[in-house]
Design a protein around this ligand. Structure first.
Ligand code: ZN
Length: 454
C-alpha cells in the first residue's frame, strides 16, 4: 500500500506486464511528474488526480522503434518503386526525395509520429539521410515536441554520389565537411544527455554504398568526442556484399569494423546477411541490431537470424523501417511479423510472443543506449506504457496467456499510449489537435512530390 499522491493512475488491468517483476493480474501503475511512482496489485491503489481505465486490457512497457525513415511516408506505396529490390528501389526514389523541403519534413514527421503512437510506440529513432536543404533535423524536433513522442533522430548523411562510384545522384549528397559540421551543430542544439530526456541525437551515415569510408571514420570519431550514438544500415542485401567486396575488398561487417564502428556505441539496421563469425564479432562488440522483418521481406532481402544474434549477445531491437519499404509504421504489426518470421525460420519453439515483447522494449532500449531507463515498467523510470484493449471480438476465448494472445490474435490497437505520463492516445484516439488538417497538408505535399495533378 502506498499513500504517494499520483497525478495519473492506470488501473484494473487484466494483466500488467512490467518485464521487471512477475506479471500482475488486476494490477495498476501510478504516475507522478512523468515517472512511474508505484506499481501494484489490486486493492492497493494510491489516490490519484486522474484515472485511466485498463479494464479488459494488457499493460506493457511502450514499444521502442529502433529504425525508421519517417519522411518516406510521403512516398508510401509509390507505384514506380514497387516490386523491385533494394538498389533499384533507391534509384527510383532518390530523385523524388531530392525535392523535400523543411515543411515536407515537419509535416511528414508529425504524421509519422502520430501513426507510431497509434501502434503502441512511445520512443522512436529516425534516420533522415537526405538533406537537399538545411533545417531538416530541427523541423523534425519541432514536430516531435508537438506530438510528444520520445525522439532519438539520427542526423543521417550521404556523401558518395554516382560520379564517385556510389548509388545516389549528386542532388541528394553533401560534402563530408558540410555533414560533420551539421552533425555537431545538431548535437549541440538538441541533444539532451540528462535522465528522462525527450530528445537525443545520434549520427547516421546511411550505408557503405552511399558514404565514403573517410566519412564513416570521421563520424565515429565525432560521436566519441560528443558522446552520442552511431546508427547505420548494415548487411541488408546481397547486393551490398558484392559492392563492398568490389570496392573495399572486404565484406560489409569487415568494412564496418575497418572504419571504426565495431563498438557498443553503434546500432545497425537489418543485419540479414552476416556469417557465423560476423555474428560472433557483433556480439563481442555489443553492437545493437534493429530487426525490421516487414521491410526485409517486402524488399526481398531475406530474414535476419534473430535467435543467433541474441545468443551471441547482440542487443536486438525492433524497427519498422521507412514508410516506403514497409509502408506501415505499427510496431504491433511489426512485432507480430517478427514472431511469424522467427517461427517460420526456426520452428514453432524458437521464439515466443514474450521474447518479441522483450525485443521491442528492453532490446530496443539497449540499441538506443537507454537500457537503464526505458523498456521496463519500474518505479522511478519514465512512465512510457501502453494499454492494449483485449476485450474485443478478436480476443474472445483467449484467457490463458495474454501476451501470446496479444500477438496471435488481433489486430489490436492501444486504448492508451502514454509517454512520460502523458496520454498521446486516449480511449483509442489521438489526443493531438488538428489531425485532419495535418493529413490534408500531408496529402498536398506528397502529391506535389509524386508529381500528381491535384
Ligand atoms: Zn532503413
Amino acid at each position: 500500500m502506498t499513500d504517494a499522491p499520483a497525478d495519473t493512475l492506470v488501473r484494473d488491468a487484466e494483466l500488467v506486464v512490467t518485464l521487471d517483476r512477475a506479471d500482475i493480474p488486476g494490477g495498476w501503475v501510478a504516475i507522478r511528474d512523468g515517472l512511474v511512482s508505484a506499481v501494484g496489485r489490486p486493492g492497493e491503489e494510491p489516490a490519484a488526480t486522474r484515472t485511466l481505465s485498463a479494464r479488459g486490457s494488457l499493460v506493457t512497457p511502450g514499444l521502442i522503434n529502433t529504425h525508421h525513415h519517417i519522411y518516406q511516408n510521403l512516398t508510401r506505396s509509390f507505384a514506380p518503386a514497387l516490386n523491385v529490390e533494394l538498389f533499384d528501389w533507391l534509384t527510383v526514389l532518390y530523385p523524388v526525395w531530392a525535392n523535400l523541403d523543411e515543411e515536407a519534413i515537419e509535416v511528414s514527421t508529425w504524421v509519422g509520429l502520430a501513426e507510431l503512437a497509434l501502434g503502441g510506440c512511445t520512443t522512436t529513432t529516425d534516420l533522415l539521410y537526405v538533406h537537399p536543404r538545411p533545417g531538416f533535423i530541427d523541423a523534425q524536433i519541432r514536430a516531435a515536441r508537438e506530438v510528444g513522442l520520445r525522439f532519438h533522430p539520427a542526423r543521417g548523411s550521404m556523401s558518395l554520389s554516382q560520379k564517385d562510384g556510389g548509388l545516389p545522384p549528386d542532388s541528394v549528397v553533401q560534402s563530408d565537411d558540410e555533414i560533420l559540421a551539421d552533425c555537431e551543430r545538431a548535437v549541440r542544439a538538441h541533444h539532451d544527455p540528462a535522465p528522462g530526456a525527450m530528445v537525443r541525437i545520434a549520427l547516421g551515415p546511411c550505408s557503405p554504398f552511399s558514404v565514403t569510408p573517410e566519412l564513416m571514420t570521421a563520424t565515429a570519431e565525432l560521436a566519441e568526442r560528443l558522446d552520442v550514438r552511431l546508427h547505420t544500415h548494415l548487411a541488408e542485401a546481397r547486393e551490398e556484399d558484392t559492392f563492398c567486396l568490389e570496392k573495399f575488398g572486404r565484406r560489409p561487417v569487415e568494412q564496418f569494423e575497418h572504419v571504426g564502428w565495431g563498438s557498443d556505441r553503434s546500432w545497425v539496421a537489418h543485419c540479414v546477411h552476416p556469417d557465423d563469425d560476423e555474428i560472433a564479432r557483433l556480439g563481442q562488440w555489443g553492437t545493437g541490431v534493429a530487426h525490421c522483418p516487414s521491410s526485409n521481406m517486402l524488399i526481398g532481402a531475406g530474414t535476419a537470424r534473430v535467435k543467433d544474434l541474441r545468443t551471441a549477445g547482440v542487443p536486438v531491437g525492433l524497427g519498422c523501417d521507412g514508410s516506403a519499404s514497409t509502408d506501415h509504421a505499427s510496431l504491433w504489426l511489426e512485432a507480430r511479423t517478427a514472431l511469424l518470421v522467427a517461427k517460420g525460420r526456426g520452428g514453432s519453439a524458437s521464439m515466443t510472443a514474450r521474447d518479441i515483447l522483450e525485443i521491442a522494449t528492453v532490446g530496443s532500449a539497449a540499441c538506443l543506449g537507454r537500457a537503464d531507463e526505458l523498456g521496463r515498467i519500474r518505479a522511478g523510470r519514465p512512465a512510457d506504457l501502453v494499454v492494449w484493449e483485449l476485450d474485443e471480438i478478436a480476443f474472445a476465448g483467449a484467457h490463458t496467456d495474454l501476451v501470446e494472445a496479444w500477438l496471435r490474435c488481433g489486430p489490436v490497437r492501444p486504448r492508451h499510449t502514454l509517454v512520460h505520463g502523458r496520454p498521446i492516445v486516449e480511449d483509442g484516439r489521438l489526443t493531438l489537435p488538428h489531425v485532419r488538417d495535418m493529413l490534408t497538408e500531408h496529402a498536398r505535399i506528397s502529391r506535389r512530390l509524386q508529381a500528381l495533378d491535384r
